[in-house]
Design a binder for this molecule. Structure first.
Ligand code: FES
Length: 195
């Protein structure tokens, strides 16, 4: 016959009573901590510097889509103005009443012509009926390259409107990209000559 330990029974009863008491007790109240997420977002947003260009959506910290869209619209306007300013700094935009002319000797073609400082060396030669080499017409290849033989750096004689191919040494040797080269002095040039 199994023996019943009164101590174990007492302990079991006490634990059960405790569990029941805890179940029905009210316990202590819970208060939500203050929501500082907005504050944190604002603080982070204030550390991001203002830019002059429209931000992609993922840079809009805490601002939400509406702010990004609104901001982009305003900044786009500014960007367009900036672009316009940049465009107006190109020699191609020199108004006709401010144009200056320079004497350029095209050695291979055997002729000296007067070309305006708002027209490229390539275009001026083409206007004169010469079939000069070119490809991109944007200063991004060397198809239209020529060599200014008047001595010194080619940029003493022409303004390059964004050439991206010739390095300083090549410019020093008189090389130029005729498709983006606007005259600023008289000079002689060998067309169709690349470094
Ligand atoms: S044509 Fe390409 S750089 Fe002039």
């Amino acid at each position: 016959m199994a023996l019943i330990d009164p101590v174990a029974v007492g302990l079991g009863a006490a634990l059960t009573a405790l569990a029941v008491a805890m179940h029905f007790s009210k316990g202590t109240g819970w208060t939500a901590t203050a929501d500082i997420s907005q504050e944190v977002l604002e603080q982070r947003a204030s550390t991001v510097p203002e830019t002059d260009f429209p931000e992609p959506m993922n840079r809009s910290i805490g601002g939400g889509g509406a702010v990004a869209v609104g901001g982009a619209t305003g900044e786009e306007g500014e960007l367009e103005e900036g672009e316009a300013e940049e465009e107006s700094s190109s020699p191609a935009d020199i108004p006709e009443d401010e144009v200056e002319y320079f004497e350029v000797e095209y050695l291979k073609e055997g002729e000296t012509i007067e070309i305006p400082n708002n027209k490229t060396v390539l275009e001026s030669g083409e206007d004169n009926g010469w079939d000069l080499p070119y490809a991109c017409r944007q200063g991004q290849c060397v198809s239209c390259a020529g060599q200014i033989t008047s001595g010194g750096n080619s940029e003493d004689y022409v303004v390059h409107d964004d050439q991206q191919m010739l390095d300083d040494g090549e410019l020093d040797d008189g090389y130029t990209l005729t498709c983006v080269a606007y005259p600023r002095a008289d000079f002689s040039i060998e067309t169709g000559t690349a470094p």
